[in-house]
Ligand binder design. Structure first.
Ligand code: AHR
Length: 537
């Protein structure tokens, strides 16, 4: 689609008013921070794991996106694409989920160990989605040792999804023992050592299946709960595990609350899992327009549907609380992102790769603000997926590699990782927008805040296609903001993205803000994501 066409259509279709806007004020939105007693460590710590990752044996994710092989002319470290390692390190990628996704429930870990030339070629679940004439045969060149090497090189914590759908409890337990038992104890541990595992991998995070209601076994929650118990009861406990049970398809029309009820009802009287997986895709697959082609209605549709994740988190958390008021089980949102109709793949066999634009960056900012504000409920979140699939930070093909606008939002939100959540009052009005199903209301401003020692970070997203917003952030308790600075991600063209040809089209830039006494004032441009950092004295 022609970009000028978008702008014309956009202005006509998006009739935006700030609902309830009163008489002219110095700011369109005043954000009141609630710093609490910082010396007493108020505020939940925002786990770095909320900014987590996911890679699957699917299309061009592992093979090419991550693994290029040791003999490749593409710069690599032990066969892993160097640029991927460097950029993941740069954003402090805290964890990495692998090997799927749907692939996990057909994966047998033994196929991916031992001499690479002796590893078998096996069936890949995603073959069914491959275009005619293309082959997804799994070569097993990337197995658990290569995955752990990648995690070590990035500094990421591994999160491994086990095969429940077509595997057995004993296959799972053997894998855990192979990874975690010290050499000289079990024969499995010696085998791991012979294959190069000098020290036990010490993997804590284990997913017990994936989407067990769908590709992971088409089970009912009661059936899955029974299997879950079988899979975890004899778990070889060398490392304190963090076990994640399969949770709902959160983007279903009804939020799939029935899965949560059914699972926890069936778990009454048994040890609850540490984590409960929630998948939430902003699912535009039924819309004919591809990732890089949209009008105003699709822009707002993505943001409206994306914002639904907040209610889905709250609803499932409340449901879980009915069975466990102490909330021993936390949410693990281990797949999230915007999923478009096929058609913008970087190559036919790179299925599910999408054109990523500023729209996806704005969606990411809003999603992270929601995660930050609900940090006490969420143990981990993993974008689907880090490279060459759905909501990617990177696109890679052969010697070509690019960081998408989504990458820059991960970079922008880094100050929140491991910082303490700061509650904020956000009285910004809702705005009226025209989305696919007609008129709707969208919060006119997304925000979240955190403190690390005396350093404040506030992130703000303005989803409007037409209207800049004057924002004032009020610092309470007689404190002052000093040395404030702003960093912004925006572009005059909302269709803009980064391509192999123009890798720097959408990038971070400095943004002027004014800090004086107890407030910070700024102009938040339309369709932008902004980080405000200040020293609080
Ligand atoms: O991320 C792509 C797929 O989406 C995953 O394999 C599956 O878990 C989900 O349906």
């Amino acid at each position: 689609m022609d970009r000028r066409t978008f702008l014309k259509t956009g202005t006509a279709a998006a009739v935006i008013t700030l609902a309830g806007r009163g008489p002219a004020r110095a700011a369109d939105a005043e954000i009141e921070l609630s710093l609490g007693d910082l010396s007493a460590g108020a505020g939940t710590v925002i786990s770095p794991h909320l900014y987590g990752h996911f890679i699957e044996h699917l299309g061009g994710v592992i093979y090419d996106g991550v693994w290029v092989g040791g003999n490749s002319s593409i710069p690599n470290v032990n066969g892993i694409r160097k640029q991927f390692i460097d950029d993941m390190k740069r954003i402090g990628a805290p964890n990495l989920r692998w090997p799927g996704g749907c692939f996990a429930d057909g994966y047998h870990w033994r196929d991916g160990i031992g001499r690479s030339s002796s590893r078998p070629r096996t069936y890949n679940f995603w073959q069914r989605r491959m275009p005619a004439g293309t082959d997804a045969t799994e070569t097993n060149q990337f197995g658990i040792h290569e995955f752990m090497d990648l995690c070590h090189q990035i500094g990421a914590v591994p999160y491994v999804a086990a095969n429940v759908g077509s595997g057995t409890p004993s296959e799972f337990h053997d894998w855990v023992a192979y990874c975690n038992a010290p050499a000289g104890t079990l024969s499995l541990a010696d085998e791991g050592a012979a294959n190069g595992e000098k020290q036990p991998f010490g993997i804590s995070y284990w997913g017990v299946g994936n989407e067990s209601w769908g590709c992971g076994g088409t089970m009912r929650p009661q059936e899955y709960a029974t299997l879950y118990r079988k899979f975890v009861t004899q778990f070889p406990s060398y490392v304190e595990p963090f076990l994640v049970a399969t949770g709902p398809r959160g983007h279903s029309a009804d939020g799939d609350i029935g899965w949560t009820t059914g699972f926890f009802e069936s778990m009454r009287g048994f040890d609850p899992p540490n984590g409960f997986s929630l998948h939430f895709y902003t699912d535009l697959r039924q819309n004919p327009l591809k990732g890089g082609e949209f009008k105003a209605a699709e822009w707002y549709e993505v943001l409206l549907r994306g914002a639904r994740i907040e209610k889905v988190i709250e609803d499932h958390w409340a449901e879980m609380g009915k069975f466990d008021s102490a909330h021993r089980t936390k949410l693990v949102i281990d797949e999230w992102g915007v999923w478009y109709a096929p058609g913008s793949e970087i190559a036919p066999a790179y299925i599910l790769s999408e054109t990523i634009t500023l729209r996806d960056a704005v969606h990411t900012g809003m999603t992270f603000d929601i995660f930050n504000r609900h940090a006490e409920k969420i143990a981990m979140a993993n974008v689907a997926q880090s490279v060459n699939c759905i909501h990617s930070l990177f696109l890679a093909k052969g010697d070509k590699f690019v960081r998408t606008p989504v990458y820059h939002v991960f970079d922008l939100y880094r100050p929140h990782m491991g910082a303490r959540q700061v509650a904020l009052g956000n009285p910004a009005q809702e705005m009226n927008v025209s989305a696919l199903a007609g008129p709707a209301k969208l919060p006119a401003l997304s925000a979240s805040a955190s403190m690390r020692e005396r350093r404040l970070a506030v992130t703000l997203t303005n989803p409007s296609l037409d209207t800049d917003m004057a924002v004032r952030i009020r610092i309470p308790n007689g404190a002052n903001a000093k040395e404030a600075r702003g960093t912004i991600l925006t572009h005059h063209d909302v269709l803009a993205g980064n391509s192999f040809r123009d890798p720097e089209e959408v990038r971070l830039a400095a943004h002027a803000i004014r800090a004086g006494g107890d407030s910070i004032s700024l102009n938040l441009p339309k369709h932008s994501v902004l980080l405000v950092e200040a020293e609080i004295g």
